[in-house]
Ligand binder design. Structure first.
Ligand code: GLA
Length: 392
């Protein structure tokens, strides 16, 4: 909480200094995902939650024909005309302009805005800092222009911004979690009809801990888009056996097993992983409801194995961190989390073991890669929202 207040204080103070006016304040969180990786764009299920790492925004209409942005983290500014939302701008500003472009498309951009933002979501860690940036701004414009767009409309606009301005054909999970997150709750999201169900995260003597590899390999977005195509080839292939198949979610385990020799082995591997992963989300939800943390941990390991060998979105650093945990009785499960090619592992482990675990992982990781990992405890938070009370 302290951090959220200090982030809000910082953007508010900077705003008043820069623009001599009173902004309204918003926050939007990053996310974790317990299980269900790459399933969102295959009409599958995911199990995400918003976390207490966030971006704070100070925003006001400026009655000018331009948008002015300032990032307190990068200490950089950007200015864009309301008439021409060009793309020749700094990378971080493209996410913001991407969102503005969605409002413009539906003729809902009635003014210029000043936006100052800053946060504590580590960039490139697979915790969706870009979704937080998009969703926070979408929420702010919706409120400031009194548009009354629904949350799901804002989520879809933020996702479109990522497609059109960042070139990543992402699914809906990150933006959905940043908007719909709820304190102390995870939720199961059906990415076919966009309905969700919350449930509390109750881990008893255990806890979730993120370990950041502090690497992000550059092929992340091109490989991501390629995985989508490979999955789509799988759909086209299996559709020839059953016309009702519209996504890999519709493919059964039996159908997969009966087609080991299909002519496109890469697409087959991706499809096999996907069918297994979608089934695992159901098993994991059951395990959480029954308090069976050993099963949940086992499923995390299975997911990692599939992401690494069948879906091929892991990397040495992530595999190394997961392998390190396998001989440890106090760790029930570990896996890479998010799109892949770097970022964090998610670990389910005994609370009392955390200090020793951190020390051991830091030592081994530094020895192997000559760089340090970072550790983040997981605390689940509310989704993007306006901050209404006066902060000191
Ligand atoms: C990225 C995307 C999400 C999702 C995950 C993998 O975070 O933005 O839509 O596909 O990868 O689960």
């Amino acid at each position: 909480m302290k951090n959220q207040n200090s982030l809000l204080n910082q953007v508010k103070t900077t705003f008043t200094e820069y623009y001599q006016s009173e902004p309204r304040l918003f926050v939007a969180p990053g996310r974790i995902n317990i299980i269900g990786e790459h399933t969102d764009y295959n009409d599958g299920f995911v199990l995400p939650a918003a976390i207490d790492k966030q971006i704070a925004f100070a925003v006001a209409k400026n009655n000018l024909n331009c948008f002015r942005f300032y990032s307190t983290d990068f200490k950089e500014s950007e200015k864009v005309s309301t008439l021409d939302l060009g793309q020749d701008i700094k990378l971080w500003a493209q996410y913001l302009v991407g969102v503005l472009a969605q409002f413009k498309k539906i003729d809902k951009l009635d003014s210029g805005f000043d936006v100052i933002f800053g946060g504590d979501i580590p960039v490139g860690a697979g915790l969706s800092s870009s979704a937080a940036l998009e969703c926070g701004l979408a929420k702010a414009i919706n409120v400031l222009s009194d548009l009354k767009l629904s949350d799901i409309e804002l989520v879809k606009m933020a996702q479109k911004a990522e497609h059109e301005y960042a070139g990543v054909m992402c699914g809906i999970m990150d933006q959905y979690a940043s908007v719909f997150g709820k304190k102390n709750q995870v939720f199961k999201l059906d990415c076919r009809d966009n309905t969700h169900k919350y449930f509390p995260l109750e881990l008893g003597d255990y806890e979730l801990l993120l370990v950041n590899t502090n690497v992000k390999h550059s092929l992340a977005s091109s490989e991501y888009n390629l995985r989508r195509e490979e999955c789509e080839r799988g759909v086209q292939y299996f559709k020839t056996f059953d016309a009702d198949i519209n996504a890999l979610r519709d493919v059964s385990k039996e159908l997969i097993e009966a087609h080991v020799d299909q002519p496109d082995p890469v697409s087959y591997q991706r499809s096999k992983f996907m069918v297994e992963e979608i089934a695992r989300v159901g098993q994991a939800t059951g395990a959480m409801e029954n308090n069976d943390l050993h099963l949940l941990g086992e499923l995390l390991y299975q997911t990692h194995d599939g992401l690494s060998k069948l879906y091929e979105v892991s990397c040495h650093e992530l595999d190394f961190l997961v392998e390190l945990t396998k001989p440890l009785n106090q760790v029930l499960g570990s896996r890479m989390m998010g799109g892949g090619f770097g970022g964090c592992t998610l670990n389910l482990l005994k609370k009392s073991f955390i200090p020793e675990f951190k020390e051991m992982v830091k030592f081994e990781y530094e020895k192997q890669f000559s760089k340090s990992p970072d550790f983040y405890g997981v605390h689940l938070s509310d989704g993007a929202r306006e901050f209404n009370y006066e902060i000191s």
